[in-house]
Write a protein that binds this ligand. Structure first.
Ligand SMILES: C[S@@+](CC[C@H](N)C(=O)[O-])C[C@H]1O[C@@H](n2cnc3c(N)ncnc32)[C@H](O)[C@@H]1O
Length: 265
């Protein structure tokens, strides 16, 4: 019964999520109306529902539909929590400015995630050190972090390899702005561009670092195969490329996530 509707109808997960909440709302209306009329006809009872019951029903229907439509497990928790959080916030009388600021910050961080399906999530210093260990030594290199977030990886590499040209490109405006300001304050030689990495020519780089998402990996590999030069490196943290065995894997201690490296042939 469970189907991946997102793939079947070529829907973005966020679009499917909105449709699921709408379907849950319709179901809540149908079920509550049906029970209301049954109670009225059989027991002559004028039933009223506590608001929390309606919110809980909405959450449960949405989580169930999310399961049926084959969305990733974490979407079920989002669907379950969303109606309850909206309800809780509506009774807390929070000033409107709070929502406006929250909306602007979230939009500048995640507004592109809808299209790219790659959310912002920073990597950790241990990963930057492992990336450094994979880089070609004794020669200047040109490296770019595609989806550079707050810029930490690029700044770390730029510090360790001052002879090299280290860049980052970021599509979301807030992280990009933060990375530029941080690079100025830290006097880092890392250069941060605002834009979409799809517009880059990978032939200009010796190393491409990516910490993206499973949704982006196949297209990334196709671009890398067409554009990257022989002997250059594609490095990905956490996400593998289906059916493309990496040249080297660095496993993380106490962690299932790994760092993958492909040497382009
Ligand atoms: C998981 S974060 C990784 C951040 C950083 N590379 C790090 O290691 O800390 C992925 C980042 O890629 C950005 N991104 C997603 N698609 C992109 C694209 N097509 N072009 C440029 N940046 C993109 C997102 O906005 C997000 O900030």
């Amino acid at each position: 019964m469970q189907q991946n509707l997102s793939a079947k109808f070529n829907l973005k997960p966020a679009t499917l999520a909105v449709l699921i909440q709408c379907a849950a709302l319709l179901s809540v209306l149908c079920v509550t109306w049906a029970i209301y009329w049954l109670m009225a006809i059989i027991f002559n009872l004028d039933l009223t529902y506590p608001i929390f019951t309606l919110v809980l029903l909405q959450a449960l229907f949405a989580a169930f539909f999310s399961y049926l439509s084959g969305m990733a497990t974490w979407w079920r928790w989002i669907h379950l929590g969303f109606p309850m959080i909206v309800w809780a916030m509506s009774i807390l009388n929070i000033p409107n400015t709070f929502y406006l600021i929250g909306f602007i910050v979230t939009l500048s961080l995640y507004w592109t995630t809808f299209r790219t399906q790659v959310p912002f999530f920073p990597s950790r210093p241990v990963i930057w050190e492992q990336v450094l260990s994979l880089l070609p030594q004794n020669m200047p290199i040109r490296l770019i972090d595609i989806g550079s977030g707050l810029g930490d990886l690029s700044m770390c590499v730029a510090k360790a390899r001052p002879e090299s040209l280290i860049e980052g490109i970021e599509i979301a405006p807030l992280p990009w702005l933060v990375s530029v300001v941080r690079a100025k304050f830290k006097r880092s030689s890392a250069v941060f561009k605002f834009g979409d990495y799809h517009a880059l020519d990978f032939a200009n780089y010796d190393v491409i670092f990516a910490y993206l998402s499973p949704a982006a990996m196949q297209a990334l590999w196709q671009k890398a195969q067409v554009e990257m030069r022989t002997g250059t490196l594609l490095i990905s943290y956490e996400f593998e490329i289906e059916n493309v065995p990496p040249t080297q894997v660095i496993k993380q201690r106490h962690h299932e996530k790994s760092l993958y490296m492909w040497k382009i042939k």
